[in-house]
Design a protein around this ligand. Sequence first.
Ligand SMILES: Nc1ncnc2c1ncn2[C@@H]1O[C@H](COP(=O)(O)OP(=O)(O)O)[C@@H](O)[C@H]1O
Ligand SMILES: [Mg+2]
Length: 351
Amino acid sequence: MTEQTDNNVLSPDTDGPLLQVHGLDVTYGRSRMRGGDVKAVRGVDLTMGRGETVGLVGESGSGKSTIGSAVLGLVPTTGGTITFDGVDITHSTRADRRLLARRMQVVFQDPYGSMNPAHTIGDTLAEALRYNLGLSGDEIRERVLRALDDVGLPPGAARRYPAAFSGGQRQRIAIARALVMEPEFVVCDEAVSALDLSVQAQVLNLLARLKQTRGLSYLFISHDLSVVRYLSNTIVVLYAGRVVERGPAALVADSPAHPYTRALLASAPVPDPVAQRLRQAERRLAAAATPATGRVSEGCAFAPRCPFAQETCWSTQPELVEHDGVAVACHRRDEIAAGAALPGHATAGAA
Ligand SMILES: Nc1ncnc2c1ncn2[C@@H]1O[C@H](COP(=O)(O)OP(=O)(O)O)[C@@H](O)[C@H]1O
Ligand SMILES: [Mg+2]
């Protein structure tokens, strides 16, 4: 492997992956509320090719946003490396981050919170450009109108204020704000989570289309496995700051191997009422099989909630092991795949 030594964040290294996160650790300092350090992310590895979407999924507090923020340079890392297009950006300077803003952008869940209600949409979109690029007024206008057009908003939207738009339209504006920089890589952090299902589908379609037309790569973060499944090539499942499953989206989302991913799938709403009832039954079964002790696991963090947990699971941290293209951190992977019965519930399916 050849190391890129010149640290120019704008120089592309088109051979390697676009983004590579290796052994990422992020620990938040002592908080008065929680009374100790929070190890939010531990030893996370992920690789993203150009034009690829990697989906990060896991329940609230699993470390998804922290990974996105670390990649964007918004939180300091405590271990590991982040490489973007062949350049190590783990400890990049402010100046480098300003340059990187031309290549990496972010779309958050609540765009209204980050928009100045007194600024027109045109001003909001032009703001980032004024600070980051030496473009002329005409060029700025052109980029703003093109971005609005790309997200399906009329040119007149530029003259209006955030309050004039619906939630779905504001999310489109947030996407346009990322697009004006003409980035290659966009972190979408719960970007559709606050929207109604029908609007959510429209915005997901828009993101899918932009991926094609603008050649974007997304780090797509959501607590909802079905949303992540829709856009992702690769899915990374996080539990308590660690990767528990990682692989091709279809495999991870449709036939999950890790008990936690299985629980995520079971908790996703499904339109088919029969499938819905089956999943509810599976969920009750899992809940019944989960020991309600206050015991702390020194091994797998999921052990206290896992219907398959055995002594090893409580005592030893499972390694992430790749098999047939899917990496899973579970001591009992093979037995579960072979249809291991839930302890004490071998015939509960008949209940
Ligand atoms: N600024 C912060 N200071 C201290 N703890 C934080 C901070 N941000 C997040 N955390 C903690 O880090 C863990 C992961 O949080 P986060 O990355 O936001 O998870 P997610 O996006 O998956 O909901 C949680 O335990 C959360 O409480
Ligand atoms: Mg989050």
